[in-house]
Ligand binder design. Structure first.
Ligand SMILES: [Zn+2]
Length: 328
């Protein structure tokens, strides 16, 4: 298994940099540092970047085959996006985030091949109290019209999104609020995560068809799953508590620990600590230091089953790769 992550690379000038780190023997070609590439999402063998210094707004990339698809934002969303994501130029009134997924019908997502995919954009004018959503399809090469809802929320620009069925979820800055876009009904709503852990709770993704939230409190990693039903009858299904003391060095436990990444389907959590970045394998109860960096904001695991030239390799020869990236 491998992962990559992005570092606070040039702190003085607040440059977002994505870097790629592999812990597997196979190293994908796209493993260099990329300044001004903001990693937004990774799913189904693809990574979505926001690339404001290029001629295009977004880049969808297969890191193994190096296939790339450049996308321009919907003209209706350009205004929201004009707020730079870099720290020194933030406009809290206009916030946005985006995610992507394989849109191939009937695909089991074990060996996706890039096309077709969709990108979901969600943006907010907080002061005006409007949230809007638009979906890009690689098949049409176009964005859908926008759907909107009157609701004042600030979208967490660096948050992790989640996909459950036809629903996508984006966290708000107010951590227990989640923007939900139902792609089938083309309907936006804002749901509450239960406030058991108050503002420390963070949406990390989806697991077994449920939203997964995490928090670290008193050297304990808490995982909480939430059912987000069609009737908005959300409820906690289960929670797990993992004691971090046996898994982390003493130094790491002395200061704040943040969950910065989650690899869906393989049960791996990434923790930022003052002693470096750690990977926790939830099922095996193992931990491993994977990077010396101590200021990762976001680790975006990347998983791709590499099957060789024509996908004919036997399953035991497949490799899984996880990559992450951080922003300053
Ligand atoms: Zn797929």
């Amino acid at each position: 298994m491998a992962f990559v992550s992005g570092l606070p690379y040039e702190v003085e000038v607040k440059v977002w940099t994505s870097i790629f780190v592999s812990t597997a023997s196979f190293c994908p070609p796209a493993r260099r540092k990329r300044r001004h590439w903001h990693v937004l999402d990774s799913r189904h063998g693809l990574v979505l970047f926001y690339t404001p210094k290029t001629r295009h707004d977004f880049l969808v990339c297969d890191l193994v085959t190096c296939k790339r698809w450049w996308i321009n934002a919907s003209p209706k969303c350009k205004d929201i996006m004009s707020a730079d994501l870099d720290d020194h130029d933030e406009d809290e009134n206009r916030t946005w985030n985006a995610m992507m997924f394989c849109a191939k019908e009937g695909c089991g997502h074990l060996d996706c091949h890039g096309l077709p995919f969709q990108v979901v954009f969600v943006g907010s004018y907080d002061k005006e109290g409007i949230i809007l959503a638009s979906v890009y399809s690689s098949e049409t090469g176009e964005w859908s019209g926008t759907n909107s809802i009157a609701q004042p929320e600030t979208i967490d620009k660096r948050g992790h999104s989640a996909l459950v069925g036809n629903n996508v979820y984006f966290p708000c800055e107010e951590r227990n609020r989640i923007v939900n876009y139902d792609m089938a009904e083309q309907e936006l709503s804002v749901i509450d995560a239960p406030s058991e852990y108050q503002s420390d709770i963070v949406l990390m993704g989806a697991e077994d068809g449920m939203l997964l939230f995490t928090t670290v409190q008193n050297s304990k990693l808490c995982l909480l799953s939430m059912e987000a039903g069609p009737n908005r009858a959300e409820g906690w299904a289960r929670s797990r508590v993992i004691e971090l003391k046996p898994l982390l060095p003493l130094r790491a436990l002395r200061e704040d620990i943040s969950v910065v990444g989650f690899a869906e389907g393989v049960g791996v959590i990434f923790l930022r600590t003052v002693a470096g970045l750690f990977k926790i394998e939830l099922t095996a109860g193992r931990s491993k230091k994977v990077h010396e960096g101590t200021s990762f904001d976001k680790v975006m695991p990347y998983t791709r089953f590499y099957t060789g030239e024509r996908g004919a390799a036997p399953i035991e020869k497949l490799h899984a790769h996880l990559f992450g990236a951080t922003t300053v």
